[in-house]
Each structure stands twice: as C-alpha cells, then as structure tokens.
Design a protein around this ligand. Structure first.
Ligand SMILES: NC(=O)c1ccc[n+]([C@@H]2O[C@H](COP(=O)([O-])OP(=O)(O)OC[C@H]3O[C@@H](n4cnc5c(N)ncnc54)[C@H](O)[C@@H]3O)[C@@H](O)[C@H]2O)c1
Length: 332
C-alpha cells in the first residue's frame, strides 16, 4: 500500500481504460485526481479520488491542478480513439492527441512532474511485416490516430532526454476488452468500433448484422488476426509502470498484449458460443490500413516489471464484456 495522500493525476480517467486504472489506483492506496472533459467519459465511472471537469486544452487549469495537488506522477489517457474518424478529421485528432499532450507535458516539466505514463497504441506499428511485433520493430502508422500516438512518443523521448527528472513509459496497448468484475465500469462508447463490443451488441439485437472486414487475408481462415487483452491485466500494467518509474526513474516503451492472436472468425465463433446467439455476419471488403496480423511481443514488460497477466483466455474476456453489455442493455 502507498501513502494515501499521494495524488496521481489521471487525464481521461472517466473513460473506459482510465476508470479501471483509477479503480486500481484507489485500491492500491493512491489518490487519483481525475481530469476529464466527459466528451466520451462518464463521471459515475470514477470510483476513487477527486474529479475535475476540464479540457486538456485549458493549460491554465491543468497547471493549477498540478500545483494544487502537488502532482509528481501523471497517467495520460485523454484522447480521441476512433481510427476511421481520424482519417476524416485529422486536425481534430492532432489537436487533441498531440497538441494537447504537448501542452500537458510542458506544464508537467514546468511544475516538477517526474513520472508520466502514456497510453500509446499498437496503431503505431501500422502494417507490420513482423509478428509478434517488438518494441523496436519499425513504426509505420497508417492513419492520423496512430501517427498522433507515435509523434507523442517521439516528443516524450526528446523531452525526457533533456529534462533528466522527467521519465515516461509509453504503453502500447493491443485490443482491449472486458469489464470490471463487479460490473461497476466497462466500455460505454457512443459509437463503438471494437470487434468484441460490436459482436456482443449484435447478439443483443442492437445491430442487425456484423461486418467482417476482409476474408481474403493471408491468414489461416482469411480474416485478420489480433491480440486481445483483458482490461484488468492492462490496468494492472499501469500500476506496475507507475511504481517502476517512481523507483527506477527510467523511461521505457512497452507493448502490452498477450502475444496470442485470434482471427475475426475465431472471435465471432467464441462470441456466439458465449452468448448462445447465432447472429448474422456479412462479409465485407478489407478496410484500408488494416494489417493482416497484429500480435504483441510483451516479453519486455514481463521481464522489466514482472507483469504477469491473469486473463489470457478469449472466452473469459468475451464473457466479461458480455456480462457488462447485458447490464448496459437492461439500463441498470
Ligand atoms: N480502447 C482501446 O482498445 C485502446 C487501444 C489502444 C490505445 N488506447 C488509448 O487508451 C486511451 C483511453 O482509451 P479509452 O478506450 O479508455 O477511450 P475513452 O474514450 O473511453 O477515454 C478517453 C477519455 O478521455 C476524455 N477526453 C478526451 N479528450 C479530452 C480532453 N481534451 N480533455 C479532457 N478529457 C478528454 C474522454 O472524456 C474520456 O473519458 C486513449 O489514449 C486511447 O488512444 C485505447
């Protein structure tokens, strides 16, 4: 346990992933200070700490909060996350994901923040020839969302090089799914784009059918292969990152996935098994920029942080998300 007076600033802490990390921070004795404009977040997802409604672009307010709460550590989730939208609205994405991150980081270094955990993404790899991808594999993001994450990583590298008291970890998440065991928090996007969520909502009758984008990839069943990670294992990785930064004071980049790939068809078959609904699927064309296979090599985070995932089981992940979706549908 930690000194409960240790405040951790969590931007985007009312969102899907942020709210799980806020839960874990609270359970570990930290005090999360959640800063979120609620553009896609939910205030009632913030289970611990203080909540401040604010926008990242408000640098004066951010600076005030960092000073007021004597913040030494920041976990930065706030961003826009819809890949297709980023292609159509690049300015919106560069503004929020890159420019607002730059201002936040500037305020951090000017006000004595020492530790910074950044939500990066497997999208920084783009179409990779390698699988599993390693942290030092070539970065080749193919859309503004992935590029905004890559540029922020580069920015963090340059800043931590010259500001020696400022260290960061960029965590590259793969496909995140599932919900809190007690079903207090989970995914609640207005326009979901994640496969498991869409499949479950289709099983619940919220959509008529589910599109399978690409059935002629060079993979065993022709559909794209991804690495799915349960939210609780990802959340735990953030706590380990924070503790590592505080102790070791070294910057790092880590993949965070299970190193195991499932094809779209495998995910859908498992979803049908879990939900017992044989929902309709429609074969559609590949989406531009969708790599055939994206699987994480996560040996580095295991070696350096002792990260030891507990829920590497597709059926468990889908079931966890299913329980949440049913609860959302009932409007509980
Ligand atoms: N969900 C995934 O599978 C996934 C995969 C890779 C990376 N990520 C990254 O993880 C982070 C969190 O994603 P999520 O899935 O929880 O999304 P989310 O939309 O649920 O969470 C983002 C949160 O940030 C807030 N926010 C956005 N812009 C803001 C601003 N300008 N000022 C203040 N608050 C703002 C939103 O209100 C929301 O609460 C993002 O940075 C995303 O890029 C997510």
């Amino acid at each position: 346990m930690h000194d409960s007076t240790e405040n951790i600033l969590v931007t985007g802490g009312a969102g899907y992933i942020g709210s799980h990390v806020v839960r874990d921070l609270g359970e570990q004795g930290y005090k999360p200070i959640v800063y979120d404009n609620l553009s896609t977040g939910n205030k009632d997802f913030v289970l611990y700490g203080d909540f401040i409604k604010g926008d990242l672009k408000d640098t004066n307010l951010i600076t005030k909060i960092i000073k007021k709460y004597k913040i030494k550590s920041v976990i930065h989730f706030a961003a826009y996350i819809v890949v297709e939208e980023s292609v159509n609205k690049p300015i919106k994405y560069y503004n929020n994901n890159f420019f607002n991150s730059l201002n936040l980081i500037k305020s951090c270094i000017e006000n004595g923040v020492e530790n910074f955990v950044f939500s990066s993404s497997a999208a920084v790899y783009g179409i990779s020839e390698e699988f599993p991808v390693k942290e030092n594999s070539q970065l080749n993001p193919v859309n503004p969302y992935g590029r905004s994450k890559m540029f922020t990583e580069i920015l963090l590298e340059d800043i931590s090089y010259i500001y020696k008291n400022f260290n960061y970890i960029a965590l590259r998440y793969f496909n995140v799914a599932g919900a809190d065991k007690k079903l207090r928090i989970g995914q609640k996007y207005e326009n979901p784009t994640h496969l498991i969520t869409l499949a479950l909502k289709t099983a619940l009758g919220e959509y008529e059918s589910l599109n399978i984008f690409g059935t002629d990839y060079n993979t065993p069943d022709g559909t794209a292969i991804r690495d799915y990670i349960h939210i609780d294992d990802l959340s735990n990785a953030h706590i380990l990152c924070l503790n590592y930064l505080k102790k070791e004071r070294k910057s790092k980049v880590f993949n965070c996935g299970y190193g195991q790939g499932y094809s779209v068809l495998e995910v859908l078959n498992t979803t049908k098994k879990v939900t017992k609904v044989n929902f309709k699927t429609v074969n559609s064309k590949k989406r531009e920029g969708d790599p055939p296979i994206l699987i994480a090599d996560s040996n580095l985070i295991k070696d350096k942080l002792g990260w030891s995932p507990k829920y590497n089981d597709l059926e468990f992940i889908i079931n966890s998300a299913w329980e949440w979706e049913k609860k959302l549908k009932k409007g509980e």
